[in-house]
Design a protein around this ligand. Structure first.
Ligand code: GDP
Length: 201
């Protein structure tokens, strides 16, 4: 399950423009600031691999990274920018929904959820939408090392449990989920193994 090399392949603005070689892929999705760039860099043990998606003008693109010349990690635009106007949020959803519904080589969406904060509506909405549309999903909880202080701050495992309780209404069977921290390295091997098992399935 080791990652030996990662090559940026291309940025696409439409599903039609994505690579057509049929290699399996995993799409990383999450609220902006969820820790997606950190997670990608922690997976591939390389600095700043995912930064294309952060360059101005590249945020609305589907970014393909080829791993070990055999499968893709796909960096999707983040959702829920704090200050984005409603219209930008709508753009995000029609664009990204098209990808989920039409990308045949998609093995699983890795939906990143920040475990250091209580469940957010936008993440629950996203998880429920994917579930209702039968898109294969893996929940990747990020920042599991982080304890938020204060009265409102739950522990990561409490936040995760709360999240799982809400989405149970949509998912008859709970999708796979993995706790990660790009600070401590928690979950790295588990996530890589999980992806390799899904690819060989
Ligand atoms: P992105 O916008 O989803 O790509 O998020 P980034 O990877 O840029 O991370 C957003 C912020 O969260 C940064 O300040 C990171 O240092 C922090 N962060 C990311 N992953 C972790 C983590 O596993 N633990 C902690 N404590 N902080 C993290």
């Amino acid at each position: 399950a080791k990652i030996k090399e990662v090559d940026f392949v291309k940025s696409s603005s439409r599903v039609k423009d994505c690579p057509k070689d049929g290699r399996p892929e995993f799409a990383m999705l999450g609220r902006s600031n969820v820790g997606k760039s950190s997670l990608i860099n922690f997976l591939v043990r390389k600095k700043e691999v995912a930064l294309t998606s952060k360059k101005p003008g590249k945020t609305q693109l589907i970014n393909h990274f080829l791993v070990n010349k055999s499968w893709y990690i796909v960096d999707l635009p983040g959702y829920g920018f704090a200050n984005a106007p409603e219209s930008a949020q709508m753009d995000w959803s029609s664009f990204t929904k098209g990808y989920f519904l039409n990308r045949e080589t998609l093995v699983s969406v890795l939906l990143l959820i920040d475990a250091s904060v209580p469940p957010k509506k936008i993440d629950l909405d996203c998880a429920n939408w994917l579930g209702r549309n039968n898109i294969p999903i893996t929940f990747v909880f990020t920042k599991c090392d982080k304890m938020k202080g204060g009265k409102k701050g739950n522990r990561p495992d409490e936040n995760i449990r709360e999240f799982q309780e809400v989405i149970r209404e949509t998912y008859k069977q709970h999708p796979p989920w993995i706790m990660t921290s790009s600070v401590t390295g928690l979950g790295r091997d588990e996530l890589l193994l999980h992806m390799s098992q899904l690819r060989n399935f």
